[in-house]
Design a protein around this ligand. Structure first.
Ligand SMILES: NC(=O)c1ccc[n+]([C@@H]2O[C@H](COP(=O)([O-])OP(=O)(O)OC[C@H]3O[C@@H](n4cnc5c(N)ncnc54)[C@H](OP(=O)(O)O)[C@@H]3O)[C@@H](O)[C@H]2O)c1
Length: 172
């Protein structure tokens, strides 16, 4: 199969959790190419399973990305383009995110709201802005973004989750 007829996925947050499992499943087919992002060096213990997969599967490529760092986002398209035989991205899946707030919603500090918003909502969108020209190189152009931010509403008799309204899936 020629590299232009393969489907190329770009998965951010690909080193663990849902993202890593998507990388593992999608790269099990040689019809797919998977570009997976990780924060920090691939040799860090948290990135080891992704690094190990990249060593045994030639269709897995690892790039570094921190979606809260402007410089990292600015560099991402250039990093992806260095990949051998790169022809464009078909599908961008944003699986990076944090969920580190266990405050009552009425007591959640502004800094915590902003950190979750910057990471879970803005980060993938700002990354999309940079990789959009690479999606235009292929015909498919799909973007999936699944995130949630948990904050407890704890009123006297009832507790529930607030899910951040950032679930999107659209064709570009
Ligand atoms: N698991 C669920 O049941 C569930 C349900 C609904 C929605 N979600 C949402 O789906 C997403 C993935 O969930 P998960 O369970 O796979 O989470 P996870 O296991 O905690 O993995 C989070 C991923 O996001 C990456 N990440 C965090 N901050 C980042 C940053 N600033 N820049 C780049 N990458 C960053 C992490 O990389 P590091 O290793 O570097 O931290 C990791 O790869 C989350 O947004 C979560 O809220 C999850």
């Amino acid at each position: 199969m020629s590299s232009s007829s393969k489907t190329t996925y770009f998965i951010i947050g690909g080193n663990r959790g849902i993202g890593f499992n998507l990388v593992k499943t999608l790269s099990s087919s040689t019809c797919n190419v998977v570009i997976a992002s990780a924060r920090g060096s691939p040799s860090l213990p948290k990135n080891k399973q992704l690094e190990d997969l990249g060593k045994i599967r030639k269709n897995v490529h690892i790039v570094r990305l921190d979606v809260t760092e402007d410089e990292s986002i600015d560099n991402i398209a250039g990093e992806i383009k260095k990949m051998p035989s790169f022809q464009g991205i078909d599908i961008f899946i944003a699986s990076s995110g944090i969920s580190d707030s266990y405050y009552d919603v009425l007591k959640t500090p502004k800094s915590v709201w902003l950190e979750h918003y910057a990471t879970n909502a803005l980060g993938p969108i700002l990354t999309l802005q940079k990789v959009y020209p690479l999606l235009l190189l292929k015909k498919l152009g799909k973007f999936f973004h699944f995130q949630c931010c948990r904050v407890y509403y704890r009123f006297p008799t009832y507790t529930c989750f607030c899910v951040w309204p950032v679930k999107s899936c659209f064709e570009l």
